[in-house]
Design a protein around this ligand. Sequence first.
Ligand code: NAP
Length: 488
Amino acid sequence: MIQPQPFDLILFGGTGDLAMRKLLPAMFNIHAHGQWPEESKLICVARSDYTRGEFLDFVAEHARGNVSQELLEKDSWARFCEVIDYVAIDLFDTDSYQKLGVQLEGREAFNRLFYLSTGPNLFGPICENLGKNQLITKNSRIAVEKPLGRDQKSAREINAQMSQYFEEQQIYRIDHYLGKEPVQNLIALRFGNALFEPLWRRGRIRDVQITVAEQLGVEGRGEFYDQTGALRDMIQNHLLQMLCIIAMEPPTSMAGDGVRDEKLKVLKALKPLRGDDVLSKTVRGQYSRGIVNSKDVPDYTAEKGVAPDSTTETYVALKAEIDNWRWSGVPFYLRTGKSMQTKISEIVINFEEVPHSIFDNEPGMPTPNRLVIQMQPSEGIKLSIMAKKPGDGMRLTPVNLNLDLSKTYKRGSYNAYQRLLVDLMCGNLSLFMRHDELDAAWAWIDPIISTWQDRDVRPKHYPAGTWGPAASSALVARDGFSWHEEGH
Ligand code: NAP
């Protein structure tokens, strides 16, 4: 197991939803796994006026239930609490950072990890105030959560604010999808096996589908979501990052900038979607009243915080193409939505069919070979191949070679945030987005948004609890394909 060097981890937004649901539980897991150096501290920072004891009660109430239960043994929670401190600061107020300075005094030799789990409006002020209070050491790193801007211009502004105080090599832009075990395994599968490389290209792969479907609606984040929409919230970051991992050339090494350089080349090779292409290759949807998991879901526009006449999309499907030798002509279909029928996140690689079938296949057979990398509802990789049905004759049926790593390794408690936090602690940048990647992703997304605005493309309604607007099926059907659905 990797052992990070001693650090001080300063978590801004330490009372927030993300901190309670993901970050503190992941830190507990790291601690319980014995990867937390003895002298390392976690300093949580937020506005709420808690004493340390009150904050620990708050954490016990809101975060403890989210940790890996098998790690909650004997005194593991109490030992984790010993490393936690709390400082109440209004992050806009320069002088109050001195309270943080007191906590960090004499600890300059340790790696200093600033984790910004706050709204992006605070990123600039936090950097500036850390700088003014001389709290940034040469061993400092800064990690930032999405959203990193709402277009290329605002992303550049955020970057300019951060880069006044931190070098690019100190900035860790988080996309937690890259920390997910199946995505890491996709990298292992592609570059740890010679088997797939000759097949990983046009002529062998027919189409790629990336789906992130949520059953949840806006869940109390209506105001934020209504200003953002599915394209900015999911496609610009998570789905494009997964596309990059599938499509990138083999990096020279996993260390340093190898992976980031290759991902950038993919983003730059994305065929721009502009004008009429946006109309024919993207689908915008918005959920209307329906039933998800036996529960009534209201119209999106009736959700708290959402404008009654909102035209924000809660669903996007689009066809992306990559203009390079390896991928020319191979469609990459991306879709994501809220209040969908099923919760599923998966990457599906459909291989070409055999050029001529010599078998007596049943009609309506799915594509013979398919690699499915599933992240939700369970993690795993399946390769579907054709095999003979037992019994008379030569009737073929698809069977799955199932790479169920949770059973093989019984690793249980390792999650995406845990993995990325350990990378942050160890200074491993390869799974974090570099500024030029972010810039290239926005450069591809911005014209889609402006075309939707200029051409008044309104979202098509889909009932909550379905697979999105019918136009989404038509998008892939026009190319002669259909979306992969579980059990299909
Ligand atoms: P949240 O629940 O609203 O928490 C915001 C945190 O920031 C709270 O701890 C709040 O402290 C603190 N804060 C706000 N203004 C402050 C100020 N002026 N001074 C000091 N502290 C201040 O937000 P969240 O859901 O945790 O999200 C945090 C960030 O992560 C956001 O950028 C969000 O977009 C991103 N993100 C969230 C999720 C998620 O699932 N929640 C997923 C991905 C990315 P007090 O509570 O003490 O006021």
